[in-house]
Design a protein around this ligand. Structure first.
Ligand code: ATR
Length: 274
């Protein structure tokens, strides 16, 4: 029940209708008997500054930040974690007595989604498709865990910028085309583009380049066309719900200081997806 003592958590996004985060977090709050409530806010670009100011004005305890605000939000915060600063994107904000601190739980979310499926990162070679906000967090996560990265993006300059940003963390190389000479070098392929979100999107990679030995990860959910193809080929497939779950777990712990009920969150996610 919402009372005068309820702590408000929000998500700022445009669009916001599709978000699954309110279900995941509200179920977790209820399970632990916490007087918190997670609310979606449709925040357009031109109101981002006002919305961030409102976190303090309305004493909102914390928010998730997602498309398209993850990078733009940084300039309005009082503090940013070293990791989020390094990645250049914030997806979680904590209001700690009117000090707004930004975090990035996407990198951790991606790494944990792989670890949870017993997929190794250290010394493994990855092909990352995409060079947007999500790709930055993923590349950072892989390099920090000791993996190596080949990165491809439609707009090559953005892939080059990611290489420059992270090259001191480990091996990262840009590829300008994807063919067998690339896919045969790598163990894991990650779609970090938005391709697959819309039903008629082309696939980010030709399935002919996949082999059963590949791990195929996608940040998009529910199951994409290429995920289905990869499964048919016999690849180990990790969908976008893994990253969604584990970034939520990390955000929950930042806001509440408590261990998140992972199994309840996972169950809720599966329920809302079916
Ligand atoms: P996010 O924060 O989810 O990563 P983003 O920053 O807008 O979103 O990044 C979207 C990614 O998907 C980019 O790598 C984009 O490629 P460009 O940098 O060339 O724009 C990629 N992407 C989107 N639509 C695409 C398409 N039709 N073909 C290829 N790549 C596409």
């Amino acid at each position: 029940m919402i009372t005068g003592k309820t702590k408000i958590i929000g998500i700022f996004a445009d669009p916001v209708e599709h978000t699954l985060s309110p279900s995941i977090h509200n179920e977790a709050f209820q399970y632990l008997g916490l007087n918190y409530c997670y609310v979606p806010f449709h925040v357009k670009k031109e109101y981002l500054k006002d919305a961030i100011f409102a976190i303090k004005a309305l004493n909102i305890k914390g928010v998730n930040i997602t498309v398209p605000h993850k990078e733009a939000v940084i300039k309005y915060l009082d503090e940013v974690s070293d990791e989020a600063k390094y990645i250049g994107a914030v997806n979680t904000i904590l209001n700690n007595e009117e000090t707004l601190k930004g975090f990035n739980t996407d990198a951790k979310g991606f790494v944990l989604s792989l670890k949870n499926e017993k997929i190794l990162i250290k010394d493994k070679i990855f092909l990352v498709l995409g060079a947007g906000g999500a790709a930055k967090a993923i590349v950072y996560g892989i390099l920090k865990e000791g993996g190596r990265v080949y990165i491809y993006n439609r707009t090559l300059a953005k892939a080059m910028a990611i290489k420059e940003r992270f090259s001191n963390l480990g091996f990262i190389e840009v590829v300008s085309i994807i063919d067998k000479s690339v896919t045969e070098k790598v163990q894991t392929i990650v779609n970090a583009t938005s391709l697959g979100l819309k039903k008629d999107d082309p696939m980010p990679l030709s399935p002919e380049l996949l082999k059963s030995e590949h791990v195929y990860c996608d940040i998009v959910y529910p199951e994409t066309h290429l995920m289905k193809e990869a499964e048919k080929i016999g690849c180990k497939v990790i969908g976008g719900t893994g990253m969604l779950l584990w970034q939520a777990v990390a955000a929950f712990e930042i806001w509440t200081g408590l261990q998140a009920p992972v199994e309840i969150m996972k169950k809720t996610l599966n329920k809302v997806l079916t």
